[in-house]
Design a protein around this ligand. Sequence first.
Ligand code: ADP
Ligand code: MG
Length: 781
Amino acid sequence: MAFLSLKDVGKIYVSDGNVSVGIRGVNLSIELGEFVAVTGKSGSGKSTLLNVISGMDSYEEGELYIEGQSTSHYLQPEWEEYREKYISFIFQDYNIIESFTVLQNVELALLHISDKKERRARAKELICRVGLGSHMHHKGSKLSGGQKQRTVIARALAKDSPIILADEPTGNLDSATSKEIIDLLREVSKDKLLIVVTHNFEQVEACATRHIRVFDGAVESDHVITPPSPSQKSATVSAASDRKKERLREIRNGLTLGRSIFTSRPKLSIFLCLLMILGTMGIFLVTSLCGGAADVFKPNYMFTHIDGRLILTTRNGSVLSEEQVKELAEKYGAESYLRFDVLLDDFGNQIRFLYEKPETEIPPELDSSLPQVDPEFGIEFDYVYNPYEYVIANYTYGETFGNNILGRYPEAPNEVFLYLPISYQPTVGKDEILAPEIEMLGMTLKVTGVKYYYDNNLTPKCLFTEEGFRTATAICYLQNRSTMKMVFTITEASGEQRKYYPGSFVPSFDMPADKIYVKMAKVAQYKQDLAAADMKYTADLFLSSTYFRYDYFSDSGSNSITFERLFDNSYMTNDNPAPESKAQECVFISDEALREIAETVLNDSYRQVSLFFENDKAAYKAAKALQDDGYIAVPSDTTYTPDAMEAIMGVLLCLVMGGVWIVSLVFLAFFINLCSGRTLSSFKGDMAIMRSMGIPVKVIRIGMYVRMLIALIPAFLLVVATAVFIFTSPAFNEYFVYLYAWQYALIFLGMILLTVRITHKQIRKLFGESVKKSLRGGAAA
Ligand code: ADP
Ligand code: MG
């Protein structure tokens, strides 16, 4: 059987209800080594014949045999394989990829050579062979018609397929160039099957071995000029190698192709990159801005949750002594414990940063309202504060933040170390500490050091010395759970008489432990009256503490203890500072005295302790064991107060934010789809050319995906750079929710999926049409 044979092949076109005959009843047997010239009037079916032979168009009647194999059962993939294996096609209007260089165009047909260098060398060799050596790196769009056709021939050679089909290859060329092209064709296809359609037989007469005339879709005459030499050996491609290798080759070729497509159209690629940058940045920013909404799902804990923290109390409401707590901690494997943990759950305290007094910045009204204390006590309140700067602080017991800190760790009870988000850097200082003092819980503390962090999901922390922590605990306890009163005990002839003055207590680290400094207008007035009446008196400070029982099994709801301590009253002020100002109604008291007062009461009444385990898991285990042993023990993250209204509002907020997030995502997807779809349409022609060259659709598809994915790379890099910039710069950190690596990974994955999905859709649209149809559309464009 002949290499290629057609038996009664017919092709009918149906369009707009009209039926027209392409070819009919065509019987041909053609061998390798033949140069077949096909001539005929316009519309006689020459192109149809070539298209059918090339497998770019289907046929309805008869049978086409290749190497004796019938093809009527072929579907799209088989035809692709057929084209890849057998066919090179040369068109009248050249059909090279205009945005590719000559070299790229030819290399495209050499994808079967896996070694890059070898491929390049072969492409160069072929280009030189068709006489385009000096135009190697010229873009297709810059070539003349003859040069384009030479490129196509080089490409056809590169493919090294046994059949070369040329449809009026010289139709658009002048006669001199035409002759060169035909000669070149003849020369390069000596042992191949060459079919040339032409309306000008004289041009090919010299080299054609056979002349077929077509008329009205049928073969009118078939005239052999010189019989083909029978010695020709088939140049068939070896049978498909194993599937896995094939697949790998496809992917490799797809990668090469994708890169070529991406780089061959720089403007379009830049546009695509910008589009991806917009999309990825958009998702990143929206996620980061909406990220806070997810916080509403964090339960509203009754206790501050610290990993591994367990809250313990007895069932009968008895107070646990220091020894008992220590024993329990050892027995149940706690790493540490905190007997008076009231400070841990006292959230919502504000820190106020105090600066040196810059003359110009003090509002006069504020200045006059500052407490002016006698210098002899050494407590000078010379500060301004910025009312907009505050932070919710968390207190950590015995934690350090490494050596890479600004300043030093605290050493005295009135010193504090701050662990703050980077956005506080301008407030607190970068190279030196700008805010030397803070006010917190009514204490003025010295800032000895600071460490900044970038992850703004974390809670800021204050680090104290142990004494400092106890002082803060004392103040927290006294402020929240007790009423402190100044009590005057007047001793006169008629006996003892008590006068009560409620006042706020200001802890002072400079006061001697046994003294208080009372600065109250009424007290001063009273003292003056007493002096005038020459009355003898003593001033006592009484603390009356009312506390709540944690034990809900006990019958008594609350219990009150009154603690009394007598202070030396020699520091009581005699003058009336400023009766109209309430701010000055205060009693200064030493930190030592405060600790002593608070701890005396706490020792007697505080029923809750915190144990700290390695992690929550260990805390849960210990809680179970302690419960079994008759204690009330709960890990700090298990008890929370459900607040219906807050929960509803939280869920609503989350829904709104989630809605915003989804809408922006959908919008971006839509936008990217729309814009990249436009760029895709300009590839239509190129895609069809590639297909006509026999590049498998799979490879083209992979190439398209690769091209789109390459466009994502700058977007990803830019997002990472932006994130680093935002979260490391004090000015921006606080406005975005810090995202973790896995969240970036998710965003990137989402973008990749989105891109793949969009590309998939567009490719489906692109390859839905037959090669011929899109080729016409593409070539016309
Ligand atoms: P030639 O190449 O010899 O000029 P063609 O093979 O292009 O002729 O066309 C043969 C016949 O088939 C013509 O009558 C033409 O109108 C018809 N034909 C070709 N392609 C199509 C098509 N895509 N749709 C409808 N009719 C077509
Ligand atoms: Mg034609």
